[in-house]
Ligand binder design. Structure first.
Ligand code: F6R
Length: 588
């Protein structure tokens, strides 16, 4: 869950190119960072490492045309300068950054006991292991070392002995090569090099890129057979990946949801139809995802049953691995993921695929591992999502589920029209609630516990609202089906406890209202989200009315995202960088 980037080329200040790239990758990890550069005309390396955020950082590193960098989210070893990457061999000539986990690092470290280790990281075994092979060409040393390594990795390496060459390798961690007229990049995703180029090559598992100023060559590891790779054009722009005049990425991404939703409708018709057909015909349909994406999947399940009369199971991806063995050729797995790189999802997919299951996916990042593992992928088309808390990707996941469900019912055009209408209503929901949520945040910030209740298709919005609030404002929040409240949680409601009831006037209205009243009778401060005011609410959040009651989840999500955002701001927290979390969870 770290970010890595390397650059080699004509630009003479590679360290600053890498520093700027790391700032754009910071959402992948932000407890410490480091850069290594070969200064122009030198064969020695200069390294800088720091603890803390990189956003405002400058570097004192000298100019040079090759540099690699890393922004860290600690897994092995605490947050210290010594544990920050890059890591080097004893001789100081082999320099490595790594995203992933080396599972057998302890065994290798024991074996390399004559080497001097300076950190507690798993990564540090790599340069020391390469050192064992003596003065052979760098790519051979990398290939040999990797034959000893178990685990997942995206690694960038260079050596002061071959100062114009950078090696990039990957297995189960993302790595993409950027091809510009001024040189080449290798990075965890394309965002950090978008201002230089939109031409890229996805590295696959078990592949190596050997990158010099003027060439990139690709090889299979360990055979070292040369291979041709397909170039792709990235459709995202540097502007879409910047936060512009907004204080944070999160608010930018909340506010751009209406236009993101309009883009969700732009799907390849043939693919959409084929996707819906596979969902419809699946004997066993399993939806697999984590966090916010799982909440979208739960709504997907409601839509599949309501519109397509198709039952499905939804699995938390980290638990799905334990059921994956029951998959077979009659199983269709539908993975939902913004990043397309979440390790828990990938692990389950690999196991299910190994048993013959078909893989469908709904992802945002084109060319991501989940995308490439899938038989059919539908894209979210919401542009890069940088804020750690997922917002616009969630709404677009819902939009894609609506489209699939309507297509299952033979009503694709109607579905598309409904989503376009919903984009207006979401716009209205933002206008109605932006200032109001700033106000409510001043109350919510004072509480330690908040409860979110809803029923039916709105229930996942209760758990999503709670997740948003807790992850960025550190207020403990619990979301649940409103009917479940009286089976335990009601005991926690006391005078003044905030309860947020998602209660549009749809088929869930009166039952949800009764559950809200039960909390009010125990002293709760009842906050109602509805298109209709009711005197029982102590605070009312107005929802505009969408064209179809199944669209309420889209409309109701927005004020809860705003509430979480403003509560974090009120508490002086940075909503883009919640403590202990990273956006792309590439470790299990
Ligand atoms: C919460 C959030 C996470 C992600 C989860 C899955 O705001 O962003 O819960 O939804 O880590 O990530 P993806 O969708 O990339 O698989």
């Amino acid at each position: 869950m770290c970010g890595i980037i390397g650059y080699v080329g004509e630009l003479q200040d590679a360290a600053r190119v890498v520093l700027n790239g790391l700032k754009k990758l910071e959402y992948r990890g932000y407890d410490s960072w480091g850069i290594a550069v070969i200064p122009s005309g030198s064969t020695a390396v200069s390294i800088e490492k720091h603890i803390g955020h990189i956003s405002g950082a400058e570097t004192m590193l000298p100019k040079g045309s090759l540099a690699i960098g890393h922004t860290r989210w600690a897994t092995h070893g605490g947050v210290t300068e010594a544990n920050a990457h890059p890591h080097v061999s004893c001789g100081g000539d082999i320099i490595v950054v790594h995203n992933g986990i080396i599972e057998n690092f302890q065994e290798l470290r024991d074996e390399l006991s004559q080497h001097t280790f300076l950190s507690q990281t798993d990564t540090e075994v790599i340069p020391h292991l390469m050192e064992e092979y003596g003065k052979i060409p760098l790519e051979q040393a990398v290939s040999k070392a990797l034959q000893r390594v178990k685990g997942s990795y995206a690694i960038l390496v260079f050596s002061t002995r071959e100062p114009e060459k950078m090696i990039a390798v990957r297995k189960e961690s993302p790595l993409v090569i950027g091809l510009s007229s001024n040189g080449f990049f290798a990075a965890s995703d394309a965002v950090p090099f978008l201002e230089y180029t939109t031409k890229a090559v996805d590295l696959d598992d078990g592949e190596m890129a050997v990158i010099t100023r003027h060439h990139v060559e690709y090889y299979d590891i360990p055979s070292m057979a040369k291979k041709e790779k397909q170039q792709k054009k990235i459709t995202w722009t540097a502007e879409a990946a910047s936060k512009g005049d907004n204080a944070h990425y999160m608010i930018k991404e909340i506010l751009e949801q209406p236009s993101a939703l309009r883009n969700a409708v732009v799907q390849d018709k043939q693919k959409l139809t084929a996707f819906a057909k596979e969902v419809m015909n699946a004997k066993n349909l399993k939806l697999v995802a984590c966090g916010t994406s799982r909440h979208a999947a739960i709504i997907g399940r409601y839509l599949f049953t309501k519109l397509g009369k198709k039952p499905a199971d939804v699995y938390i991806a980290s638990e799905f691995s334990y059921f994956a063995d029951s998959s077979d050729a009659d199983t269709v797995i539908l993975a939902v993921s913004q990043s397309g790189e979440t390790a828990d999802v990938l692990d389950g997919l690999r196991k299910a695929k190994g048993k013959g299951a078909r893989i469908l996916s709904i992802v945002n990042v084109m060319g991501s591992t989940i995308d490439r593992m899938s038989d059919i992928t539908l894209y979210l088309n919401c542009g890069p999502e940088v804020g750690v808390a997922s917002t616009k990707a969630f709404l677009n996941q819902l939009a894609v589920f609506y489209l699939v469900a309507y297509t299952m019912a033979g009503k694709t055009e109607e579905g598309a029209k409904q989503i376009k209408d919903a984009a207006h209503v979401v716009e209205e929901s933002i206008k109605l609630n932006n200032e109001k949520m700033k106000m409510l945040a001043q109350t919510i910030k004072k509480f330690e516990h908040v409860y979110f209740l809803a029923r039916g298709v709105n229930f996942p919005i209760a758990i999503e609202g709670a997740l948003k609030l807790k992850e960025i404002s550190y207020v403990h929040a619990e979301g649940m089906p409103a009917g479940e409240l009286k089976h335990g949680t009601l005991a926690l409601i006391e005078k003044g406890t905030p309860v947020i009831l998602i209660n549009p006037t749809d088929y869930t209205y009166s039952d949800s209202l009764s559950n809200g009243m039960e909390t009010k009778a125990r002293g709760a401060f009842l906050i109602g989200l509805s298109n209709q005011i009711n005197p029982v609410y102590d605070f009312f959040i107005q929802l505009p009315t969408p064209s179809n009651e199944l669209l309420y989840p889209l409309v109701a999500t927005v004020p809860l995202q705003l509430l979480a955002y403003y509560t974090a701001c009120e508490k002086g927290l940075n909503p883009d960088k919640p403590r202990n979390l990273a956006k792309s969870v590439t470790v299990k």
